[in-house]
Write a protein that binds this ligand. Structure first.
Ligand code: SF4
Ligand code: SF4
Length: 383
């Protein structure tokens, strides 16, 4: 593997980008268990082991495709194999899905290795070099990645042809280049509101606007619209599918928006729920990143700007709306909405924990947010 971590690095004949892993290390935090709340899929070659040794602890699922998955405690809680002190009872035989976490292999017109920044082990780990682990993962999955890449490239070719027919296409490299000098501005809700307004207009945005010389929006209205975006991203059909934030103490905080408020509860290891309190979004001050918190915010927004899954999300929206909106407007608007959502979610966590958006507060906000970001629909797919 040569030139590891650089954009477009080639792993044999596979085009792979591992730039998100550069300078990152990882160690699983024993008291966390957050990834054991996601129902792990069991791959076909793993099914015989589970059917033979643990037949009552796997279930059939029909969504998003027919597959076998690990059962959950009480049908909705953590994984059935999550034992005492959050130890995995079948650690050496755990499925492929669990072995990969927090790495995600995203396939679009190339393979990109993304890191789930909701994993505390990425922020506070230290033992594993993420680039080494990510490289091994790519090598182990090479055949499957090549197959998925062929399919995904065909989907992107069709997408680009549809965009070209409608005159709305812009290459991702150009969009990313336009965002890069404005990353810091994305921490300013006035600026975000401006971008969101421009992105909804009929005219194409050639680039992100210059920084605002004076405030243009009513702060009260901005706070209300940030809360609206934040509440929408916390909405879910039921409490067990709602966003989870694993805090420094290892508590699984469930934050569900209901009737314009946030219902906060904590899930126990057996899957039962302890209600905490209902939070009125009007009581949540919309904070701005400060000191090193701003560096953390900018670094995260730069990561989003580089992620193929973020660009794939904008492509999904363009496709979903029938190729009527410019890809540039959609991409800039999606990034601005993500920044707004992150600021509000981080403010909510700081409100609950009694902090501010300094370095620590901003990291906790990203931990509470990134898993939902990675779960957003996109053209392309995670392997
Ligand atoms: S989310 Fe990360 S730190 Fe937490 S259990 Fe999973 S791998 Fe470990
Ligand atoms: S098999 Fe083990 S690692 Fe995987 S979700 Fe279950 S408890 Fe967690």
């Amino acid at each position: 593997m040569s030139g590891r971590g650089q954009e477009g690095t080639s792993l044999l004949d596979l085009e792979v980008d591992m730039s998100e892993l550069e300078g990152r290390t990882f160690t699983c935090d024993d008291k966390c268990g957050l990834c054991c709340l996601c129902q792990a899929e069991v791959l076909p070659h793993e099914v015989p082991f589970f059917k033979r040794d643990h037949p009552s602890r796997v279930v059939m699922k029909s969504e998003p495709h027919r597959h076998v998955a690990l059962a959950l405690k009480g049908g909705e809680g953590p994984c059935t194999f999550l034992g005492v002190n959050r130890r995995c009872e079948i650690y050496s035989s755990r499925p492929h899905y669990c072995r990969q976490f927090p790495f995600h292999l995203y396939i679009s017109t190339r393979v990109q290795v993304e890191l789930d920044l909701s994993c505390r082990g990425v922020w506070y780990g230290g033992r594993e070099d993420a680039l080494v682990t990510g490289g091994k993962m790519v090598a182990e999955n090479r055949e499957a990645l090549l197959r998925a890449l062929r399919e995904s490239r065909a989907v992107y070719r069709e997408f680009e042809a549809n965009c070209a027919d409608s005159g709305i296409y812009r290459a991702p490299e150009g969009l990313r280049r336009n965002v890069a000098p404005r990353i810091k501005e994305l921490s300013d809700v006035q600026y975000l509101a401006k971008v969101l307004d421009l992105s909804a207009e009929e005219e194409e945005m050639e680039a992100l606007p210059a920084p605002l010389s004076s405030p243009q929006y009513d702060p009260k209205e901005l706070k209300a619209s940030a809360a609206e975006t934040g509440l929408e991203s916390l909405s879910s059909d039921d409490v067990y599918s709602a966003p989870v934030y694993c805090d420094p103490e290892g508590k699984w905080n469930i934050l569900l928006s209901k009737n314009g408020k946030v219902e906060w509860s904590v899930m126990n290891d057996d899957g039962s729920l302890d209600p905490r309190r209902t939070i009125d979004p009007k009581q949540v001050p919309l904070l701005v990143p400060e000191g090193q918190g701003l560096d953390v915010f900018c670094s995260y927004m730069s990561t989003l700007n580089r992620r193929d899954s973020m660009y794939g999300y904008a492509c999904f929206l363009v496709d979903d709306y029938g190729y009527e909106d410019y890809l540039s407007n959609t991409y800039y608007g999606a990034l601005a909405a993500a920044a707004m959502d992150l600021l509000w979610r981080s403010s909510l966590i700081a409100h609950i924990r009694g902090g501010k958006l300094d370095r620590q507060g901003m990291i906790e906000g990203i931990i509470a947010y990134d898993m939902d970001r990675l779960d957003a629909p996109a053209i392309g797919a995670f392997l």
